[in-house]
Design a protein around this ligand. Sequence first.
Ligand code: GLU
Length: 426
Amino acid sequence: MDTLHCPGDPDNLYEQTICEVLNTASFLDLPEHLRLILAQPKNEVMVHFPVQMDDGSWKLMKGYRVQHNNVAGPYKGGIRYHGDVKLDEVKSLAVLMTLKCALMQLPYGGAKGALKIHPRDFSSNELMRMTRRFVAALGDNIGPDYDIPAPDVGTNAQIMAWMADTYINLKGNHGRVDAQSVVTGKPLVFGGSEGREKATGQGLVFVLETLLPGLGIDLAHCSYSLIGFGNVGSWTGRLLQDRGAALTHVMDHTGAISNPDGISARALADHVKKTGGVSGFSDAAPCSTEDFYRAPVDLLIPAALEQMIGPDEAALVNCRLLAEAANAPTTPAGERVLTERGIEVLPAILCNCGGVTVSYFEWKQNRDSESWTEEDVDRKLHEMISDAAHRVHDFAASHSCSMRRAAYAVALRHLEELYTLRGIFP
Ligand code: GLU
């Protein structure tokens, strides 16, 4: 690891992510130069810029854009707004984007960005000013053929609209008509795609529909718990409700709630819209964090932040399957405990790749001046994601390895093929 410049700290998210990637590369016997290339991002951009608050005071903002790899095409990945974000976290998420796009065989590499703010602390006007200034500070580091941001934790379609508008004002007005394809996840009336807002949850549901029968779990009659009720958690809840699954426990930053008879994800989404969190929802009782983890359910779906399921949580959980809707929610130590306890883990790069896949559809529609129907989007997403789920499942079965190892291996094989064909410049 030293020659690969890893930080040497087992709790560090980048080390956790890249170790699993490199271990899978060794398992596949990938050439040394490929491991070296993948061990660090190609570019790490950090920017600082001032923004005026509504009360006239000034704040200095810190923004990141990490571009991990672009052998398959332009860099692609979300931008999150979160107050605790660190460079190593953004680097890890960029690596996962490279793998996600490679697994889905999208014509993209991997990137991730962040602005170090708690978005709830700012007015809409302040968020608009900092978003515009962030895009200006990133300059030529983003572009429709170079690096294409999208929503992530703490960002949404409105923020993407401000990003695209800023980019068009700075760069696009005398040039290409499809300059709005510089970001995806935009509002529908401004170059967005049908089905993009629900896409990550929809992708997860398609993965579950593909793989659960083989694991002996009946989606229509199963129970599940959710960590996080933002875009991914609430859409997963709404779509699973339509398929008959019972949501019995939910936990977010405001607390945990339970109802053994099932929580209506639609009613809970309305409550969260009004109050900002799941706590206080009238049709469920409050429960402790420990009771949340101990709850007997068929599926546990972490749909919030990274590193939520460590060894302590893994020892408590009482589920048959953990499906990672968030990026990197399970630590390697947590995963070892889950494996010892016979709990299967479906990895994030498969479970949550619906978001970037529909981002690709949006980018393609912008470039071709087309608008697809929701049925078109869902059909193409289903086709691509069930194919990827089968490829991962078949690799795991034929190599007797975990689904995470299999997903990373399928993605790395695709990158290896590209590097072999393209060679390395000069
Ligand atoms: N932020 C999402 C992810 O982590 C979506 C990325 C995209 O659409 O480019 O996959």
